[in-house]
Design a protein around this ligand. Structure first.
Ligand code: FAD
Ligand code: SF4
Length: 461
C-alpha cells in the first residue's frame, strides 16, 4: 500500500497560467480505486467527525474500492447536495483529511479527490433524471442562490414544497459562479446542479434584489409564501480607506472577480472590461486574493504581485492555493502594507505606496500582529490593483426582513436557522460571516428540515 496519496493530475503550470481550463484534472478509475484501497475502514471513523455534514466517508470509499461508483455517489448524496462542488473546493486538509489515521505516519487518504471522482463519474454516466414530487401545497421563498439557498431549495422541493429562489444577479450559484474562478470550479458543474433543481420544480427568479426590487412582506402577502429562507451571503467588500482607493483601475476582489466570472470582462467586447497585459498588484493573503491573482495572470498580466502584511506562514489561504499561485508565476511580497494608491497622467492607478512591516506580539486571532517599520515606505508600479481584505454582510435582504442582527449586521439565527421572526430562517455566510461552501450547505439543509417541521409538523418527513 503506498504511503502517500495518489497525486492529482494537473495541467502544466506554464500552460495553465494562460488559460481558464480546470487546473486539477481528476483521478482516473484506476487511480481512484488504488487510492480507495489505502483506506483502513476504521471502526470509529475519525474522518467523519471532521466533515461538517457527516458524509459516511469509509462507506463511500469502500464502494469506490469495489468499483461500484454509483453506490459510492448515492452514499455521498445522502448527506451532501453538491458533491462535485465540494470535491473541488472544500478545505479537506483542515476537515476530514486532517482526522484521517493514515495521515498520522504518512499522508491521509485523498478523501476530497475521491469525492470529486465519484461525483464526476455520476455526472458523466448517470441517466437518471430528478423526478418532480407532487406538491404539498406549501410555498417557501429562498433569497440568494449560493450553496445555502440552493441546498435549502433542493431539500424542500424534494419534500413537495413549492420553492422560488430570488437572486440579485443574473445567474444563479452565488459565490460558486461569481467568485470562485472557472479554473477551480467550472461553471458547467454549478449549472448542472441548478438545472437539477429546476427539474425538481424549483423556480429561479434572477435580477431581483429582495429589499430593493420587492420587500419580504410583499413576497409573503402577494405571492403567498409561508416561510422565507435568507441565504444572501457576505459579499460586501471591506475597504482600506486609504487615499486613491477610488481611482480607476483599483478594484475590490469582489468586483474584479464578478466582472470576469459573470460579465465576461476578459473578452475584448465586454461592457465591463478589465485591463490586460499590465502589472497587477493584489493586496491580501486569503483564498480570495489567490483567486484574484491567478485570474489576473490568466488575463495576460505582465506581472502579478501579491502584497501581504504578514508572512506566508500566517496566510489564511489554503496551502495548495498558494503553491499553485507561486507555481504559475505570482510573486509574493511578504510583510508589506499599502498606504496609498497614486494615479498616472491618464487618471488610472500607476503605483501603490507600501510600507514594510515586522511581526510583533500575537493578536486576538493568535497570529503575530504586523507592526509598521518607520521610514520604510517604497513604491510598487502597477496598472491594476485588487484589494482582497475581507467582506461584510450583504445588507438588503436582512435589513428588510424584520429580524435581529448582530453588531456587524449579520443575522442572528439558531442552529436550525430560526431567526427572531417566526416566518424567516437564515443560514450560510449571512449568519456566520465569510466561511465555506460546505458550512453554507449544512446551514441550508438544517433550515430546510426546520421549515418543513414548522409548516407540516410531524408530517414533514
Ligand atoms: P453566497 O454564495 O455568497 O450567495 C449569496 C447569494 O445571495 C449571492 O448570489 C447574492 O447575489 C445573493 N443575494 C444577496 N443579497 C440579495 C438580495 N437582497 N436579494 C436577492 N439575492 C441576494 N469556500 C470554500 O469552501 N472553498 C473555496 O475554495 C472557496 N473559495 C472562495 C473564493 C472566493 C473568491 C470567495 C468570495 C469565497 C470563497 N469561498 C470558498 C467561500 C464560499 O464560497 C462561501 O462561504 C459560500 O459561497 C457562502 O454561501 P452562501 O449561500 O451563504 O452565500
Ligand atoms: Fe479511511 Fe482515513 Fe476515514 Fe480511517 S480515517 S476510515 S483510513 S478515510
Amino acid at each position: 500500500m503506498r504511503p502517500d496519496k495518489n497525486p492529482m493530475p494537473h495541467q502544466d503550470p506554464v500552460v495553465r497560467s494562460g488559460n481558464f481550463e480546470e487546473v486539477a484534472l481528476g483521478y482516473t478509475k484506476e487511480q481512484a480505486v488504488d487510492e480507495a484501497q489505502r483506506c483502513l475502514n476504521c471502526k470509529n471513523m475519525p474522518c467523519v467527525s471532521g466533515c461538517p455534514v457527516k458524509i459516511h466517508i469509509p462507506e463511500f470509499i469502500a464502494k469506490v474500492a469495489e468499483g461500484d461508483f454509483e453506490a459510492a455517489y448515492q452514499i455521498i448524496a445522502a448527506d451532501s447536495a453538491l458533491p462535485a462542488v465540494c470535491g473541488r473546493v472544500c478545505p479537506q486538509e483542515t476537515q476530514c483529511e486532517s482526522k484521517c489515521v493514515r495521515g498520522i505516519k504518512h499522508e491521509s487518504v485523498g478523501i476530497g479527490r475521491l469525492e470529486r471522482f465519484v461525483a464526476d463519474w455520476h455526472n458523466a454516466n448517470s441517466t437518471e433524471k430528478p423526478v418532480k414530487p407532487a406538491s404539498n401545497g406549501h410555498k417557501v421563498a429562498v433569497i440568494g442562490s449560493g450553496p445555502s439557498g440552493l441546498t435549502c431549495a433542493g431539500d424542500l422541493a424534494r419534500k413537495g414544497y413549492e420553492v422560488t429562489v430570488y437572486e440579485a444577479l443574473h445567474l444563479a450559484g452565488g459565490v460558486l459562479v461569481y467568485g470562485i474562478p472557472e479554473f477551480r470550479l467550472p461553471k458547467s458543474i454549478v449549472q448542472k446542479e441548478v438545472d437539477g433543481l429546476k427539474e425538481l420544480g424549483v423556480k429561479i427568479e434572477t435580477n431581483v434584489v429582495v429589499g430593493r426590487s420587492i420587500t419580504i412582506d410583499e413576497l409573503m402577502e402577494q405571492e403567498g409564501f409561508e416561510a422565507v429562507f435568507i441565504g444572501s451571503g457576505a459579499g460586501l467588500p471591506m475597504f482600506m480607506h486609504i487615499p486613491g482607493e477610488n481611482l480607476k483601475g483599483v478594484y475590490s476582489a469582489n468586483e474584479f472577480l464578478t466582472r470576469i466570472n459573470l460579465m465576461k470582462a476578459y473578452k475584448e467586447d465586454s461592457a465591463t472590461p478589465v485591463l490586460r497585459n499590465k502589472k497587477v498588484a493584489v493586496v491580501g493573503g486569503g483564498n480570495v486574493a489567490m483567486d484574484a491573482a491567478r485570474t489576473a495572470l490568466r488575463l495576460g498580466a505582465d506581472s502579478v504581485t501579491l502584497a501581504y502584511r504578514r508572512t506566508e506562514k500566517e496566510m489564511p489561504a489554503r496551502v495548495a492555493e498558494l503553491h499553485h499561485a507561486k507555481e504559475e508565476g505570482v510573486r509574493v511580497m511578504e510583510l508589506v502594507s499599502p498606504l496609498e494608491f497614486e494615479a498616472g497622467e491618464d487618471g488610472f492607478v500607476a503605483k501603490v505606496k507600501l510600507e514594510r512591516m515586522e511581526l510583533g506580539e500575537p493578536d486576538e486571532s493568535g497570529r503575530r500582529r504586523p507592526v509598521r517599520v518607520e521610514g520604510s515606505e517604497f513604491e510598487l508600479p502597477c496598472d491594476v490593483a485588487v484589494t482582497a481584505i475581507g467582506t461584510n454582510a450583504n445588507p438588503f435582504a436582512s435589513m428588510a426582513a424584520d429580524v435581529d442582527l448582530n453588531k456587524w449586521g449579520y443575522i442572528e439565527a439558531d442552529e436550525d436557522g430560526k431567526t427572531s421572526n417566526p416566518k424567516v430562517w437564515a443560514g450560510g455566510d449571512i449568519v456566520t460571516g465569510a466561511a465555506t461552501v460546505i458550512l453554507a450547505m449544512g446551514a441550508g439543509k438544517q433550515a430546510a428540515a426546520s421549515i418543513a417541521k414548522t409548516l407540516l409538523g410531524d408530517d414533514a418527513e
